[in-house]
Design a protein around this ligand. Structure first.
Ligand code: DP6
Length: 396
């Protein structure tokens, strides 16, 4: 279907964002993007957060071109080129074996258009979804059917985990060539139907130090990171797999919070130190702990990546109450009616006791909005041709 004698061959895919509960931080090979430790993440639902990418090829295209959110971008970016090269290499290998004779010419130039259904500037891990989607769309275009997390990894480490839905492990691997540094699904999204995710979007600002540069400085200077990779993560990974298997929120939540905190501790241990947590992050952390203490067990768990947004895990029956706690703690400045987005959230009345114990000093406007979502599936093929991001002429 993707092969065209004439005209433009096209394929469109969508891919999800993921949030790590055992964090990836540090590479042992910066070119191949091989990590110093395995990591584990939850894939978020594409109804709320997704990238859509169309890849097209034609004998009439004169150069490779790329558009991100409608604006032309540099297709020569080394990581984009690495993904393109690897997909083409796999396609060539397939042709060589004579499996696919009607296939698209590998000499054709390609056009790629990609967009997010969320603001890129909100710092919602768009590179993971972006590269997972790029690789998925290219693979479709060339008719590849193999496992492609190894290719997505070349775009961004965390992108390899967005190649699967549900609960996903990226195994660090041992080989220097990276052929065993792959992602695989630990459990599908239906495994834990009550699990919910709240993204507290706190800032549209760009992060101070990018992950790529930040983690390299950490590898070079932080003894804590070395200990974490060698000793702590292997134990935690095994524990986290058990908590997910058992749907044990207490264990899952506790360990997710501890691992987020240790990641940020390795940032402080980096020299010069890196700070991703802000005063607001610390207020959210304290709020979650007060809320859990009030209830006498772990009802919510936070995790923070290399940016100021907070991601909260909770079970469905906790969402309405905790959202109300966040609303009282960070009263919306103007967008009161758009404060909660995504999956519907019921209303909850907070008791006097809960208010007194949990909501201390409100900070108006500090949280822009809350996105309510849940675990979701991996990359999807978009069948409907009207959904392509490129026209019949191969332009956006
Ligand atoms: C803190 O995958 O963005 O989000 O491989 O250099 O592209 P590169 O880094 P990236 O790092 C993500 C780091 C993290 C933790 C995680 O997602 O595991």
């Amino acid at each position: 279907a993707m092969a065209a004698e004439r005209g433009v061959a096209m394929a469109t895919c969508t891919a999800p964002v993921n949030i790590a509960v055992i964090k990836y931080w540090g590479k042992r090979d910066t070119d191949l993007i091989l990590p110093i430790n395995s990591s584990l993440s939850v894939t978020l639902h594409q109804d709320q957060l997704k990238t859509t990418t169309t890849a097209a090829a034609s004998r009439d295209f004169t150069e490779d071109r790329l558009w991100l959110n409608g604006k032309e971008a540099d297709v020569g970016h080394p990581r984009v080129q690495a993904c393109l090269r690897e997909v083409r290499r796999l396609a060539r290998k397939r042709r060589g074996s004579g499996e696919d004779t009607a296939a698209l010419s590998l000499s054709y130039k390609i056009h790629i258009a990609s967009e997010n259904n969320f603001p890129t500037a909100a710092g919602l891990a768009s590179s993971a979804a972006g590269y997972a989607c790029l690789v998925s769309a290219l693979a479709r275009l060339y008719g590849l059917e193999e496992e492609l997390s190894e290719v997505a990894r070349r775009g961004s480490g965390s992108a390899c985990r967005s190649m699967f839905g549900g609960f996903v492990q990226w195994q660090r691997g041992e080989r220097p060539d990276g052929t065993d540094s792959l992602a695989f699904q630990v459990a599908p999204e239906m495994h834990w139907p009550e699990l919910r995710v709240l993204v507290l979007v706190v800032s549209g600002e760009k992060k101070p130090v990018g992950s790529t540069a930040g983690m390299q400085t950490s590898v070079e200077t932080s003894p804590l990171l070395k200990h974490r990779a060698e000793v702590v993560v292997p134990e935690r990974l095994a524990q986290m797999m058990r908590h997910i298997r058992d749907r044990d929120f207490e264990g899952f939540g506790q360990l997710a919070m501890r691992d987020s905190n240790q990641f940020h501790a390795t940032c402080l241990d980096t020299f010069p130190p890196i700070f991703y947590l802000t005063d607001l992050s610390r207020q959210i952390i304290a709020l979650a702990h007060r809320y859990n203490a009030h209830h006498g067990h772990t009802k919510v768990a936070y995790t923070f990546d290399a940016g100021p947004n907070a991601v909260i895990f909770a079970l469905a029956d906790t969402v309405a109450e905790f959202v109300e706690v966040v609303r009282r703690s960070f009263p919306p400045a103007t967008n009161g009616d758009q404060f909660v987005r995504g999956l519907p959230v019921g209303s909850a009345a907070l008791s006097q006791e809960l208010m007194a114990a949990v909501v201390t000093e409100p900070v108006p406007g500090a949280v822009q909005y809350i996105l309510h979502t849940k675990p979701g599936p991996g990359p999807q093929l978009v069948d409907d041709p009207s959904q392509h991001l490129l026209g019949a002429d191969g332009l956006p």
